[in-house]
Every structure is written in C-alpha cells, then in structure tokens.
Design a binder for this molecule. Structure first.
Ligand code: HEC
Length: 280
C-alpha cells in the first residue's frame, strides 16, 4: 500500500515538472509515407536520383556534404548504381555527374591553387572555403553540413521535408528580423517577438530563405517539379546519404529471418523424429 502511494506521488511530481515549456514547442513534423520506412522499406531509386539533382542545383549553393564522394552515388545501393560497373569510379554516369562540378586542386608543377573538373574519386566540394565565409554569406548563420542531417534531427526525413514546405507568412503581431523567416516547424521561442493576443505562435525563425520554388529543378524522368515533390525527393536523398546501407541491411535482416524460420521448422521436425518412439 505504502509503496503504491509513493509511486503515485512520484508520478504526480513528474507530471508537475514535465511540460512547462509547451508554449514554445514547434509544430510536429508532417508524416510522409516514405518508400524506405519500416522493416521492408527500400529507397525509391528514381526519387533518390531526383533528390540528388535538387541537392546539387539548389542546396549545394550553401550546404556542404563533407562525408560524400561522387563514387558513393554509384556504389551498391546508391542511386546511380549500375551492375555493369561494380566499381563505382568506372560508372560512366557517375563520372559525368562529377565532371559537371569544379573542385579545388594544386597544380603539381607550380604549386598554385587551381580548379578542375571533379572525378568520381573526389569529395563533394564545399560551397564556402571556411566557416567564417559561410556565415558572412548567410547573415551570420551557418548552413549545417547535410551529410548526416537526417540522423542528426529528431523527426528525420519528415522534419527536413516539413521545414522545406513549412514556411508561412508570419502572423500579424510577430516581429521578424531582417534575414529571418518564420517557420512553424523550426524550434525556437517566439514569445519575445510576439505582440499579438494570447500565446505566441508555434515554431521559430530560420535564417535560410525558402530554398525551393515550383519548376526550380527540371526532373529528367518527367516528374512534375513542384515544391512538394522537390522537398520529398531531396529529403529522400538526404535520408539515403545519412544511411546508405539501409536497404542492404534490411534485406539481410529479412534473409536472416527466413533462414531462422526454416531452421526452426527443421529443428522441430527432427525433434519429433528423434523422440518418436520414446515415451515422455
Ligand atoms: C541561400 C543559402 C541556402 C540554401 C540554398 C539552402 N539552405 Fe538550408 N540553411 C541555410 C542556412 C543559413 C541555415 C541555418 C539556418 C539557421 O540556423 O537559422 C540552413 C539550415 C538548414 C537546415 C537545418 C534546419 C535546422 O533544423 O537547424 C536544413 C535541414 C536545411 N537547411 C536544408 C536545406 C536543403 C535541403 C536545401 C536545398 C533544398 C537548403 N537547405 C538550401 C542556407 C541555405
């Protein structure tokens, strides 16, 4: 009895101490039916290919992806994998994608810094030479590296998608500083900027101008290039980049489950057989 009372009291205390800061919670991310969700999910190759295009043509102007090499695009489970070229540095499509991009290098004879076309063996180049330059170009804010952003943010791909499509005209009564944008999915506390009635609106400010617009990217597969589609595709690409072996791992897991099931059945029948004539 006494124990129960103590437990209940503790529970009560936990509730009192709990959701005190609820007023500044951002909006829950929208939930998207990703092809790669769940234990049997797989990346949609065409979607990840389109997502790469969105990253390359839009996001790469501000965001680095320091952990990615062009060859990763052509590795097994990569969006441009071709079984004819198991070695991704030989994949002609990946080579062509890399060739479109300029990277810094050193002239081996003069020692000067030069620019040359990337090869499949190169890293994705950073848009800015250093953090100070990145901040200077973005009103003091640092565009985070996107290599593992889907793992780094609670809500994963749903969150990235929601930020990209979630920009709203700020409600009247919200003071927005120059270079800042209102986004209900961004974490923040707007109380200090709110002169309207009641609670401050959900969400926060983000220093990234809305990066997407209808028709901004042309999709080679003919998919309509809406903001929604671009946001889904680039989020899927970033999910792949954060966990490129996901599909392989899930398939291996499925194989292991099937193996174990067969093994269990075999074991069961041999058990029956061994003990068939023994009273037990
Ligand atoms: C003009 C530069 C610019 C472009 C283009 C741009 N971003 Fe950003 N992005 C920023 C800046 C600056 C920040 C940091 C914002 C802040 O801290 O308030 C940011 C932040 C982010 C964040 C982190 C939000 C968080 O939770 O902190 C994500 C995710 C993101 N950008 C994704 C993208 C994607 C995807 C694209 C391409 C569709 C893109 N960005 C294009 C400048 C840019």
């Amino acid at each position: 009895m006494l124990r129960k009372v103590i437990a209940l009291a503790a529970l009560g205390l936990a509730f009192v101490g709990g959701p005190a800061s609820a007023a500044s919670e951002p909006e829950e991310p929208k939930s998207v039916a990703w092809s790669f969700a769940g234990p049997f999910g797989k990346f949609d190759t065409a979607q990840v290919q389109r997502g790469y295009k969105v990253y390359r043509e839009v996001c790469a102007a501000c965001h680095s992806m320091d952990l990615m090499y062009f060859r990763n695009l052509g590795q097994k489970s990569g969006p441009f994998f071709d079984p004819e070229y198991p070695n991704p540095t030989e994949n002609p499509y990946v080579k062509a994608l890399a060739k479109d991009i300029q990277v810094n290098d050193i002239d081996q004879e003069t020692g000067d810094t030069i620019q040359r076309a990337a090869t499949a063996a190169d890293k994705f180049p950073s848009p800015f030479p250093n953090e100070a330059a990145a901040r200077a170009s973005n009103g003091g804010a640092l565009p985070p590296d996107l290599s593992v952003i889907v793992k780094a943010r609670e809500g994963g791909a749903d969150y990235i998608y929601s930020i990209l499509v979630g920009y709203e005209t700020p409600p009247p009564g919200l003071k927005v500083a120059p270079g800042q944008y209102y986004n209900p999915y961004m974490a923040g506390d707007l109380a200090a900027y709110w002169t309207g009635k009641g609670h401050a609106p959900k969400g926060g400010f983000i220093a990234m101008p809305p990066p997407l617009a209808d028709g901004k990217v042309t999709f080679e597969d003919g998919k309509a290039s809406t903001v929604d589609q671009q946001a889904k595709d680039v989020s899927a690409f970033l999910a792949w980049a954060s966990d490129p072996k996901q599909t392989e791992r899930k398939q291996f897991g499925l194989g292991a489950m099937i193996y174990l099931l067969i093994f269990t059945a075999l074991l069961w029948f041999s058990y029956k057989r061994v003990w068939r004539n023994v009273a037990h």
